[in-house]
Design a protein around this ligand. Sequence first.
Ligand code: UDP
Ligand code: MG
Length: 321
Amino acid sequence: MDIDPARSPLISVVIPLYKEGPNLRPLLSGVTAALAKTGCPFELILVDDGSPDETWKIISEEAQILPALHGVRLSRNFGKELALCAGLERARGDVVVVMDGDGQHPPALLPDMVRLWRTTGADIVEAVKINRGQESLSGKLGALLFYVILNKLAGVNLKGASDFKLMNRRAVDAWLQMEERNVFFRGMTAWLGFTRAQIPFEVPGRVGGETGWSFLRRFELALTGISAFSSLPLQFVTVAGLFFLIFSVVFGIYTLVLQLAGKSVSGFATVILLLLIIGSLLMISLGIIGQYLARIYEEVKRRPRYVIANSTEPPATPHSN
Ligand code: UDP
Ligand code: MG
């Protein structure tokens, strides 16, 4: 650690918020109370991900009262990953904690995370879920399937991983060097490596509001995650092609021999079956290639990752309790 031991480290807490208006004030008091326990100066970076509700109004009101609060508002809903990105780019702390604003990441864990960071000197302290909270069965199964696929394909183990993490300056700076548009926070921090310490936590239910993730968005995130971390699905296309080449040679010889012997191949069914199998394989293969093409297209456009609409004045001096 390159932190001067005589100086208390500045802690930044980054929270992406989408339609969290009703939860926001209790969340803020929970987080500030927990941070006060660490005895370190801190700053709160709240990113309003284009919420249609009163989230931004509350953030700007609270910023008047709490000098340690810095709020930014994205011009529309860019999704949690990009909101996180906006927050991380603004964090100035020696350590940065990233957490959800829906009460599912208990602020009470913050002092323990900071303590663990100070005692172990780990670059990243991860809060690991020991349960997945109140989630639908399909949500749990979907998540499991996704983790298994990602683990097999990319060797990135995300089981139990959450977006509740503490990262030191070195880890944050390394994270910020990744310039991709398809941001997948959990996967990207796993890819970074560095030394890690883990702290288990139980996921409580959301305190209010509703999850901003529909099934379709989860599916999209899973596809982004997989295509961003592995090109193995592309090999699938090659392997399937090779397999069918061998098959077609064998079948071709068989058909020719039958033909020469004066017998024709029996069965209209065979033809239809072959057509269907090859047709669907071709479609799937094209789809897989399309996935990667779409990712490449998004990256080469080099658009900004997000657009800021508003921000509160940054705090002049870090707030200390
Ligand atoms: N969130 C966001 N933008 C979105 C969706 C969610 O910033 O488009 C925020 C949300 O306000 C919360 C965090 O991301 O602070 C986690 O969201 P949620 O609880 O809906 O996700 P889950 O816990 O189901 O993964
Ligand atoms: Mg949640």
